[in-house]
Ligand binder design. Structure first.
Ligand code: NAP
Ligand code: GLV
Length: 301
């Protein structure tokens, strides 16, 4: 995974699963393996290893993996939290507080050598709506609550979270958006969510709203965001994920004055926690039990 030497993963996996034979996949490796532990692998792996019973994805999102042709009975497992939830909480709170406390304006003032305290703003005017209340979204909701912002959440099925006003399903999406000023997106990318952040939905946020997208770039229609920023309906955006990654050098997002970008680092895969979860999952599968992080094929997350 991203910059981590494959040998380090191999050594850790071998240590965590001493009962298993663990090899690095390469094209042409003879078939016969029961499980694969993957990140960003080509179709060829599944074509050459049709006997696989389970695949563990070294990430929370499985959208890229599900784009491949996978055997229908293959168990798909993803990382669930594994050290990522706290990173998402840091990211979302950092962006939220940067917007709320106007730290970008103070940075401009510093560059201009201009000493000018701004009037404090009320938390009540900054309701934070979190789309997706899963392993990551629920942790973000809890962290945002600690700063006393009003917190709302939206998910496919109804959740009950302490101190969070919960909305569910498409029927309640409008009410959720209209009650939100700072929108944090932590939805998986599926057929149901692709392009969900568009002019129609973001346009329903309260005026002077903000978007924090830490999920997947394809959830957002980037040109709709540009329009809403340029017309002033939205005051800013913090984006960790883009439709095309790496972001092309000439993309408008690089230089928009009200967009803050990071290169898909919102929550990075932590080797120690991930290897422990992989080992736990593969042992559960060997015992015939459902592992933590089992992906439901009928809903694609
Ligand atoms: P998760 O535990 O599967 O939670 C997904 C949440 O989204 C659930 O609350 C689910 O509702 C909700 N949801 C799914 N489809 C929906 C729909 N059509 N309408 C409304 N709600 C819907 O996922 P997670 O572990 O929190 O991760 C979320 C996403 O974050 C990942 O899929 C990945 O793309 C992204 N991610 C990004 C980074 C990064 O570095 N930027 C790192 C890790 C993950 P229910 O609860 O009702 O099922
Ligand atoms: C990273 O984007 C992940 O899905 O874990």
């Amino acid at each position: 995974r991203d910059g981590d030497p494959p040998d380090a993963w191999l050594d850790d996996l071998r240590r965590a699963l001493p009962e298993a034979q663990v090899d690095v996949w390469r094209p042409g490796l003879p078939p016969g393996y029961d499980h694969a532990v993957v990140w960003n692998v080509p179709q060829q792996l599944f074509d050459e290893q049709p006997q696989l019973r389970a695949v563990v994805n070294l990430a929370a999102g499985v959208d890229k993996l599900l784009d491949l042709r996978l055997p229908p009975a293959l168990a798909i497992v993803r990382l669930e939290d594994a050290g990522m939830a706290v990173q998402m909480a840091e990211y979302a709170c950092h962006a939220l507080i940067r917007f709320f406390r106007e730290f970008d304006a103070y940075a401009d003032q510093q560059r201009a050598g201009h000493w000018a305290p701004r009037r404090p703003r009320a938390r009540a005017d900054f309701p934070v709506g979190i789309m997706g209340l899963g392993a990551l979204g629920a942790r973000v909701a809890q962290a945002v609550r600690q700063f006393d912002f009003p917190v709302l959440g939206w998910s496919r099925t109804r959740h009950a979270l302490d101190g969070v006003r919960c909305f569910a399903d498409e029927a309640e999406l409008g009410a959720f958006l209209q009650a939100t000023r700072v929108l944090v997106c932590l939805l998986p990318l599926t057929d149901a969510t692709r392009g969900l952040l568009n002019q129609g939905t973001l346009g329903q946020l309260q005026p002077g709203g903000y978007l924090i997208n830490v999920a997947r770039g394809a959830l957002l229609v980037e040109d709709d965001l540009r329009h809403l920023l340029d017309t002033g309906h939205l005051a800013g955006a913090a984006l960790d994920v883009m439709a095309q990654e790496p972001l092309p050098a000439d993309h408008w997002l690089w230089t928009h004055p009200r967009v803050a970008l990071t290169p898909h680092v919102g929550a990075q895969t932590m080797r120690g926690e991930s290897v422990a979860q992989v080992a736990q999952a593969l042992r559960a599968i060997e015992r015939g039990e459902a592992p933590v992080g089992l992906v439901r094929r009928d809903r694609d997350y």
